[in-house]
Design a protein around this ligand. Structure first.
Ligand code: DAH
Length: 342
């Protein structure tokens, strides 16, 4: 067949296939078949140079025209099909944003942590720093430096967990006082929240519990500073009506020593049958006192120049009374039904 007719035939076939192609992939196959490197039309174009000169012009012209026509048909059909395919994909992948989502369970702060945060926030607001220390502690920091030498009866009262010779799980946060005083010069104002350990387990005692220690050392610190500070702290945690009282007590590392009671914020002392204070009107919150001069000397502070007050409180106990929780062991069982209530 003469080339021009064959070109016409190829063009018609290509255009027919373009018109019936159902996808952009089909169109690509049509393009390769009719315009690709080894397509017949391409071969014809390549052979133009070897034709007699009088035929070159006609064959070349119609071959180029045919290519361009097929090219153009492919182009517009590809656009149409691509748009349809895009529509289809969008419809298939559509997300119904009005469907209800899967709710995430929200966590909540542990009641002890809430109280710890409140106490620490209060003292940070007064300009105190926050100090921490190790939970595995040496005998020296936990006892000896706090004026509790070997053989002292106060050691027996602490129900200590011993880890190794001279190594204990700290029975209180007071060793952080010693560590901080040994590393800093007075004046010193710190709070020290942390976990503490004692061999003890009943509805109001757990082997692990929290404490918040406080320490202020400066020139001219007195017991009235201690009382005013604890009163303000109690109002911050338990509300504006909270009152405090200090009862005489004994700790080897303070002199004088006191016990801190907060007025019962449930009955205010008016209900003899109150479940929280058991009619006492007061709730025990911790110990406190003026830092014993022997402790100041031990860390190299001059007790003639500096005095200080210290306190140690139980935030778990505070949370129990604040939230009316009867059994301390609930705090450490990790039961989500309990924890979600806060
Ligand atoms: N460390 C004491 C305890 O755990 C509590 C305490 C009492 C701490 C008096 C103090 C303090 O800093 O001055 O029982």
């Amino acid at each position: 067949m003469a080339a021009p007719e064959r070109i016409e035939e190829l063009k018609s076939a290509a255009l027919a296939e373009v018109a019936t192609a159902g996808s952009t992939a089909d169109l690509e196959a049509v393009r390769v078949r009719y315009l690709g490197r080894s397509a017949e039309l391409t071969e014809i174009k390549k052979s133009i140079g070897s034709l007699p000169p009088e035929e070159r012009r006609e064959v070349g012209g119609s071959a180029n025209l045919a290519s361009r026509e097929v090219e153009a048909a492919l182009g517009s059909r590809t656009e149409e099909l691509a748009a349809a395919e895009r529509e289809e994909r969008l419809r298939r992948e559509a997300v119904d944003v009005t469907l209800p989502g899967v709710p995430h369970k929200r966590g909540s702060l542990h009641p002890s942590q809430r109280v710890i945060d409140e106490v620490v926030d209060f003292f940070v607001g007064l300009g105190y720093g926050v100090a921490e220390g190790p939970e595995v502690e040496t005998d020296y920091y936990n006892f000896t430096a706090l004026n509790i030498p070997p053989g002292h009866p106060a050691r027996g009262m602490q129900d200590t967990f011993f880890v190794d010779e001279g190594v204990v799980l700290r029975t209180h946060t007071s060793p952080v006082q010693i560590r901080t005083m040994l590393s800093q010069e007075p004046p010193l104002y710190i709070v020290c929240p942390g976990r503490t350990y004692r061999r003890d387990s009943d509805p109001t005692h757990t082997p692990m519990f929290n404490q918040v220690e406080g320490l202020a050392v400066d020139r001219g610190i007195t017991l009235s500073h201690l009382k005013g500070t604890l009163a303000a702290m109690s109002r911050h945690v338990f509300g504006g009506d909270a009152d405090i009282r200090l009862r005489p007590s004994y700790f080897p590392f303070t002199e004088p020593s006191v016990e801190l009671d907060v007025s019962c914020f449930v009955c205010g002392g008016d209900d003899p049958n109150c479940k929280v204070c058991k009619g006492a009107g007061w709730l025990e919150m911790g110990g406190a006192g003026m830092v014993d001069p022997a402790v100041l000397s031990e860390v190299g502070y001059d007790p003639e120049e500096y005095t200080g007050f210290a306190f140690g409180m139980g935030p778990d106990r505070m949370a129990m009374v604040k939230y009316g929780i009867p059994d301390l062991r609930l705090f450490f069982e990790g039961d989500l039904r309990f924890l979600r209530q806060f």
